[in-house]
Design a binder for this molecule. Structure first.
Ligand code: PEP
Ligand code: MG
Length: 595
């Protein structure tokens, strides 16, 4: 992140993850976990003071919870029982009294006492047979965290309760936090953390919220109520802009809106190059509610349905019926075109889904993610597979397995799919017996094994978000390395080239569903590489189709040959920008062609 100050305004530069310019007031929230916690002994004279400190924090917590409950919007009032249960936990003797007793008996500080009580309660919950009740430990942790924050004197803000038009400024937002945002009020957000392809950014696109991440110090520099300009195309954030700056951005906002609506008018046209090559353009979605707008933006099908949200939203695992209902509707709305439903990709930065009891991991991106989790939890996996299969009777559905690293995982996943099919056969439930099964290619080992893998699946979809992460060893959500997360690294084009060649040899379809597919600058390379289809966030579709319509495949292939002769990402980016300026001059000055 770069920061610079001119007169009274200050500019920050982060990474743009969801397009659009917004101007509004800052609203600071801190969603980072409480980082404490010092553990220390207190002297006998200090013990009573320490007890009072904890009592004060518990009182403040109670007052905050009551305020939240009283201010719940009408439409979610039915959920106020959650707050009630938090108030009860706060009163519970195992929590409050036990913590106070610990301070008195062991002469330890309040934070330590709360942590010890929490630890004891965790142990008790672990032994409970009933899964639903066992999972309620999450509520206790939530309450303990609030008390710990109050002990540390940190301010707390509630995302769902935001009642003014604001731009949220946070150290970090988990994808789950974004689902809590009050979308009628929040006009966008910025964070210190995150990277180009973090799932929080992907959720921002799905929610149509302009967003910039990886600003590193935004929460240190911005105060509540500061006026902000956020440019979700360039990654610029301006704090307390001068009047002239605001006027300039408002003008740019209008120009962009005009440009977008002129492109939108042609979004139904096919993505056909000047020399007649047609590329299928599909949409990535995270929620059922996005299917309609995917169509409006010109999406020809759903190329990637990320299925994590239903698992984040509920605190218990979704049932086969709930999943089926959701998938059936997606399949019906998009029919006769297909939807590719990706099986659960839990872990990494996505979800520590409450109901899944995954432990904290040192390296979650290298941990129990996606297909690894599903193969370890075959019942959870099979429930999802049965729902997907059942939905296939109502439209055209394809199944896709994420994070495949080699053939054994494909064979194991297919074996569980076979069991799911047999279970449905026994129950005499209909499904598409010819359902296509594909895999994501997003781990370098899968690239090396692409020729072998291609013989066992019906299609490949290249997940460049993770492929870049794992190939370049750059954590996709770490703001400190976000500037070197580079789709133009020559190794990435070579890897995609290898995967396309393997798919061609086996005669299977190959697409890209990572963020590269929706990045205008990547289009000449992806055309030159010969992909069959591109799947992207729906808002990018009209623009990407327009770019494809203005390029010929002949030029793209020649450009790709030239690009293969270049050895650094910087050279490749420079080459592409120059070519784009030459091929589509009207793009200049619109904020798309920057390095
Ligand atoms: C990818 O990795 O490119 C991808 C599309 O999957 P996700 O972003 O959900 O990890
Ligand atoms: Mg991925």
């Amino acid at each position: 992140m770069k920061a610079c100050k001119s007169d009274s305004e200050m500019k920050l530069k982060g990474i743009a993850v969801s397009s659009g310019i917004i101007i509004g007031k800052a609203y600071l929230v801190d969603r980072s976990k409480v980082k404490i916690t010092y553990q220390y002994l207190v002297s006998q004279e200090q013990v009573s003071k320490e007890v009072k400190r904890l009592e004060d924090a518990i009182r403040t917590t109670r007052e905050q919870l009551i305020t939240i409950k009283n201010h719940m919007p009408e439409n979610i009032k039915t959920h106020s029982f959650i707050i009630e249960s938090h108030l009860m936990i706060l009163k519970d003797s195992m929590f409050a009294d036990a913590s106070i007793q610990r301070i008195l008996n062991e002469s330890i500080n309040s934070e330590w006492a709360v942590q010890k009580s929490l630890e004891e309660i965790r142990e008790i919950f672990k032994q409970i047979d009933d899964e639903y009740i066992r999972n309620r430990i999450e509520d206790v942790e939530n309450v303990a965290e609030r008390v710990l924050r109050n002990l540390s004197g940190e301010d707390q803000k509630d995302l769902a309760g935001i009642d003014q038009r604001v731009i949220v400024v946070a150290h970090d937002l988990a994808p789950a936090d974004t689902t809590e945002l009050n979308l009628e009020k929040v006009i966008g957000f910025i964070t210190d953390g995150g990277g180009r392809t973090s799932h929080t950014g992907i959720m921002a696109q799905a929610l149509k919220l302009p967003a910039v991440v990886a600003l590193e110090t935004a929460t240190d520099l911005i105060k509540n109520g500061d006026i902000l300009i956020v440019d979700g195309n360039t990654g610029e954030v301006i704090i307390n802009p001068l009047e002239g700056t605001i006027a300039g951005y408002k003008k740019r906002q209008i120009q962009q809106e005009k440009f977008k609506s002129s492109i939108a008018r042609t979004s139904h046209l096919p993505a056909e190059t000047l020399d007649g090559y047609r590329i299928a353009i599909k949409a990535n979605i995270e929620f059922l509610e996005e299917v309609e707008s995917a169509r409006e933006y010109g999406g020809e099908a759903i190329g990637l349905y990320r299925t994590e949200v239903l698992y984040i939203k509920s605190k218990t695992l979704p049932t086969e019926e709930e999943l089926f209902e959701d998938y059936r509707q997606v399949a019906e709305i998009i029919a006769p075109d297909p939807v590719t439903i990706r099986t659960l990709d839990t872990g990494g930065d996505k979800i520590a889904a409450v109901a899944m009891e995954t432990d904290d991991e040192m390296n979650p991106a290298l941990g129990l993610r996606a297909i690894r989790f599903c193969l370890k939890e075959p019942e959870i996996f099979k429930t999802q597979l049965r729902s997907i299969l059942r939905a296939s009777a109502y439209g055209k559905v394809q199944i896709m397995f994420p994070m495949i690293s080699g053939l054994q995982e494909v064979l194991d996943a297919r074996a569980i799919l076979e069991q799911a099919r047999q279970e449905l056969d026994t129950r005499q439930i209909a499904y598409d017996h010819d359902i296509k099964v594909g895999i994501m290619i997003e781990i370098p080992s899968a690239v090396s094994m692409a020729e072998v893998l291609a013989r066992h699946v019906d299609f490949f979809s290249i997940g460049t978000n993770d492929l870049i992460q794992y190939a370049l060893a750059i954590d996709r959500i770490n703001e400190h390395v976000a500037h070197i997360y580079e789709p133009f690294h020559p190794a990435i084009s070579r890897m995609i080239q290898q995967v396309v060649a393997a798919a061609r040899k086996a005669g299977i379809n190959v697409s890209i569903c990572g963020e590269m597919a929706g990045d205008p600058l990547c289009i000449p390379i992806l055309l030159g590489l010969g992909l069959d289809e591109l799947s992207m966030n729906a808002r990018s579709i009209p623009f990407i189709k327009k770019i494809i319509r203005e390029i010929s495949m002949k030029d793209a292939r020649l450009d790709f040959e030239n690009i293969l002769k270049l050895s650094t990402a910087k050279e490749i980016r420079g080459y592409i920008i120059n070519r784009m300026k030459a091929l589509i001059p009207e793009l200049e000055g619109k904020g798309y062609l920057y390095s």
